[in-house]
Design a protein around this ligand. Structure first.
Ligand SMILES: [Zn+2]
Length: 299
């Protein structure tokens, strides 16, 4: 069985004037439910406030939890933070942390949301409110659960928030492989950034991923991988600039799983970017990534 973290709060109504596809999380849940007994469901708790405040500015945490985010930050986030959106924002990082705890026991587990890699110290950005990857990583190392966490971010956009929020820490490293010309225009500095030119396809992408990730895995020797499995490097993605195929995304998940398993490393995945008009197709890509990883870990 594949351990999956999900909470009803993940599935929120579409806020007015939003271009973001909130229906995605409901579709992901439905597609996973259709897998029946293969899935072992787990329900998270919200990330405790002390951890939210350990990573984000306490004033910004207040603004989000009170659903009173100033307009300038709302614009950077890309949608209004209503009370249900605020509840979701605190729940999703709890889910990424729980997926990591489950991965330590089972080798692999997935959060059915998350990957909010653009969220910064004092504000959200790019459809991200709280940075679940940085929050989970900081909590895992500061509670002494694991010694070192590597965040592997394969979303087509750079994991700038995660890099900025964990910069200078010896116990957290960040890897981002992305389209160099894509959002964000101003990149942060990850432990290792692999900025790809526009139009890169499956073979060149997989070659670059393996060639750059293996030395970092071996040099940093993490205890656990947090994996942001964005599906927006796909050729037809509305916000991507790369040219991967569906088969290329599957090969990517198999490659990352193989590298982790060869080193005995547990891996917890989150979803990530995936943009276009066909919500079901995007949700199906996220579910395919989760199931591919689960199979590769022997579930
Ligand atoms: Zn993205």
């Amino acid at each position: 069985m594949i351990p999956i973290v999900h909470h009803p709060a993940y599935v929120t109504e579409v806020p007015s004037r939003s271009t973001y596809r909130w229906g995605k999380n409901g579709a992901i849940r439905d597609l996973l439910q259709a897998e029946g007994a293969r899935i072992d469901w787990h329900r998270p708790e919200p990330m405790p406030r002390r951890w939210l405040e350990a990573v984000h500015d306490p004033d910004y945490v207040d603004e989000v939890l009170a659903a009173a985010v100033p307009a300038v930050k709302t614009r950077r986030i890309g949608f209004p933070v209503t009370p249900p959106v605020a509840a979701r924002a605190a729940m999703v990082p709890g889910g990424t942390w729980l997926a990591a705890m489950l991965a330590l026991d089972h080798g692999f587990a997935a959060n059915s949301a998350g990957g909010s890699h653009h969220a910064l110290h004092e504000t959200g950005a790019g459809y991200c409110i709280f940075n679940d990857l940085a929050l989970a990583a900081v909590r895992l190392v500061e509670e002494g659960t694991v010694a070192r966490v590597l965040v592997v971010d394969v979303d087509v956009h750079q994991g700038d928030g995660t890099a900025a929020l964990t910069a200078g820490r010896a116990d957290i490293a960040t890897y981002s492989i992305h389209a160099e010309k894509n959002f964000p225009a101003r990149k942060a500095r990850s432990t290792l950034d692999v900025g790809l030119p526009d139009g890169v396809g499956d073979d060149a992408y997989l070659e670059a991923l393996e060639r750059t990730l293996v030395p970092l895995l071996d040099a940093f020797a993490p205890s656990l991988i947090l994996y942001q499995a964005g599906v927006d490097p796909l050729a037809e993605d509305r916000l991507g600039r790369l040219a991967l195929t569906e088969a290329g995304l599957v090969a990517r998940e198999r490659l990352v799983a193989r590298l982790a398993r060869a080193r005995g490393l547990p891996l917890a995945s989150t979803v990530g970017g995936g943009y276009g008009d066909d919500v079901m197709a995007i949700a199906a890509r996220h579910v395919r990534a989760i199931l591919t990883l689960g199979e590769a870990f022997g579930h």
